[in-house]
Design a protein around this ligand. Sequence first.
Ligand code: GLU
Length: 441
Amino acid sequence: MRIRTRFAPSPTGNVHIGNIRAAIYNWLFARHEGGEFLLRIEDTDLARSTPEAVRTVLDSLAWLGLTVDNEPLYQSTQRERHLEVAEELLSKGAAYREDRGGTGRGEAVVFKMPGCDITYDDLIKGPITKKAADLKDFVIVRSDGSPVFHLGNVVDDITMGITHVIRGDDHVENTFKHAAMYAAIGAPPPRFAHLPMIVNAQGKPYSKRDGDAYVGEFQEKGFLPEALFNALALLGWSPGDDREILTREEMIEAFTLERVRSSPSQLDMTKLLWFNGQHLKRRAPEEQVAGYVAALRQQGLWREDISEDYLRAVIACMGERVRLYSELGEQAAYFFTEDYVYDEKSVRKRLLKEGALGILREELSALEAVGEPYTAANTEEALRALAEQTGRTMGDMVHPVRVAVSGTAVGPGLFELLATLGRARVLARIRRTLEKFETQE
Ligand code: GLU
């Protein structure tokens, strides 16, 4: 049997990460099994299903590399077929007409539940049973003649030959209805796999209020598609070993539904940023450079006379601190401008405290005595020798010079920072800082 999965979003203008994770699992499963991954647009809510909303779905899939094996099937085109099946169910006695709501505007078609308990075997949750008493008949065609979600969803899955329905937890309740419909229609049911929810730190469903929740927001923030893909894939699934950073191919190779957890998965933004940082460092060096240049340009920090070697040295210096291209300029604009901001608190604590500017003066002399090229080793040696001579600690040494050359007390290792900035910048910055603050002392 050829495996066929599908992603069946209702286009609403945004693609929630919970939904795209379902798409990722459907895609990985189909690719792992050598099957097909199909797309169905559930666009029967004509008010919300605008062409832009559909575009957003297609763009999100394309951005994440979720290649689709069919021309998307638009549910709205299947209306005739939905109504035909409703007629068949009526003629079999599996459905009946009823004036629901007593509007007198015509009769709805109601599906008749079989009157027995229903069990289905969820590929993630195991067998689940619902008692006959809790299974009520339900409308499949409204009195205005429009098919209801359950009818369209089941009929389209049959039409498309779907073998595995992998979707969010919120559809477990619907599955008892759907299982009964497959039986009444006389079609073999697909296997169902319901994915646990994505939750926030409080264990509640992750929503917009918790932070970025839509694919487009991550894209705008500068997340890399391979990083978001990887992070979402591991939100509820693991490859069975301790690997966390995986390529698409590695995930295809390792993906099975047995390894999908049945407990909710907590989305942790710090972890997501970590994934991005890891993938960023795996990109080809010239791609990284291009990404950083674009971000710096957007931030107004890029100048054409900045050399690529210098940028590469800055990237190396910042190391794992930078997880998004944009974080370089946010965390360390001082690498790219002489007009960097002096953080007030750092100045108060590190430069204006008793004796700090005196130390900085001595450090200037010590660092003037170090020739080109500045390295982490020779700048450290100079300041260590000064500390010993003057009976001070390295702690006394590092803070004034750090704030002088970067404006802030936080950043990469001081000596890597000095080596990256280079001799000319370091000396000019210390001199300027002394001029600026000696009058304020
Ligand atoms: N349009 C439904 C949704 O987005 C489809 C559910 C399904 O995958 O069957 O929730």
